[in-house]
Design a protein around this ligand. Structure first.
Ligand code: SAM
Length: 341
């Protein structure tokens, strides 16, 4: 999952899931809800031609950065990746959008303090954003290189964010993490070149063919990713949206997902499977999700022959000791359904 703690990430289940998907056959592997891209990467390493998709640009950026190979991001004009990262880590601080909106910088009473970052780190994020922007404008980095750097910034900002896991809200007092200085770290770019493509569509609008293998990993709780990851989304978009209210969310309602509403989730899933022409479809879901297992199987069974695999004792997202004890008694079960038409 890289360094971003992403709700519903399959990072810990990658091997189990990809073992069931297997090695590349005909067609592409389509990761319709790619999130951080853990499954897309595993499929690519299993020789699949990968098409990844997510409505969030932050997710598309994190996924692309996992699929981009060294040969696509050599940073030739700037003396290599490590040298660019060193330069970015040494930029002069700037007082920009992150400083104003997402730090405890409020200089007067009308400003709202939103300490998602320490003042120093907010200025560093502003400075690194400006620098990546000017490198791209001057054509010193290509589009893949820009994507890698933005993903690096999303991940390193996440390490020093003053939050409890997601960007749903900030902590009142700066945490120990938040006080350490933000530092970009170069990732290990892939030596193997993967044949990949990325899109940022509603899953319903993705082009799929009969011979493709489709993987569906939708949200399963009420937590809307566009709200819970609004800051990664702003870094990926490199914009300065109008933010408001205590938590300073960017406008996100246009990206609200039907899968996050208990009353809409099963219809949304049914409507999606209905339009998929592909012979093999996989669905990841959780026993704690909006759609219960029986209803899910009923939907799946109406489209073909199905099989289900359970992943018991999947370590769940816990925030305190009490819920940890609860988790031990009631292990969250994740499962994978395969439909063969
Ligand atoms: C459970 S997460 C996927 C996790 C991913 N497999 C991973 O390992 O990181 C669900 C993802 O679906 C995306 N999403 C929600 N509704 C969507 C829709 N209608 N179409 C495409 N993506 C959607 C969210 O932005 C989120 O990234």
């Amino acid at each position: 999952m890289g360094k971003v703690r992403y709700l519903g990430s399959k990072a810990r289940l990658v091997q189990e899931i990809i073992n069931r998907v297997g090695f590349s056959s005909e067609g592409r592997f389509i990761d319709l809800f790619c999130g951080t891209g853990s499954i897309s990467l595993a499929a690519g390493l299993n020789n699949w031609k990968v098409s990844a998709n997510d409505t969030l640009l932050a997710a598309a950026t994190l996924t692309s950065a996992k699929l981009i190979s060294l040969s696509e991001a050599k940073f030739i004009k700037l003396g290599g990746y490590q040298s660019v990262v060193n330069d970015l880590n040494n930029v002069d601080l700037e007082e920009g959008f992150f400083y104003r909106e997402y730090s405890s910088s409020a200089e007067n009473k009308e400003m709202i303090e939103r300490p998602y970052f320490s003042i120093q780190n907010s200025k560093k994020i502003d400075a690194i954003r400006s620098k990546i922007r000017s490198l791209a404008q001057e054509n010193l980095i290509n589009e893949h290189e820009r994507t890698v750097l933005l993903a690096d910034l999303i991940e390193s900002a996440n390490e020093v964010a003053n939050i409890a896991g997601t960007y749903g809200c900030f902590l009142k007092k700066l945490s120990k993490n938040a006080l350490s200085p933000l530092l970009l770290k170069p990732r290990d770019l892939l030596l193997k070149k993967i044949d990949w493509a990325i899109s940022q569509e509603d899953a319903l609008n993705v082009n799929m063919e009969i011979e493709d293998t489709v993987y569906i990993d939708p949200p399963y709780t009420k937590r809307q990713y566009a709200a819970y990851y609004h800051i990664p989304e702003t870094i990926a978009n490199d914009d300065e949206p109008d933010v408001s209210g205590i938590t300073g969310l960017r406008p996100w309602h246009s990206k609200a997902s039907d899968f996050c509403y208990k009353t809409r989730a099963s219809v949304a899933l049914d409507n999606l499977i209905k339009i998929i022409p592909s012979k093999r479809v996989f669905i990841s879901y959780s026993s704690e999700g909006h759609i219960n297992e029986q209803d899910l199987m009923k939907i799946a069974n109406s489209y073909g022959k199905t099989s289900i695999t359970y992943f018991e004792n999947f370590g769940r997202y816990i925030s305190n000791k009490a819920s940890s004890n609860h988790a031990k008694k009631n292990p969250l079960t994740e499962f994978l359904i395969e439909i063969n038409r």
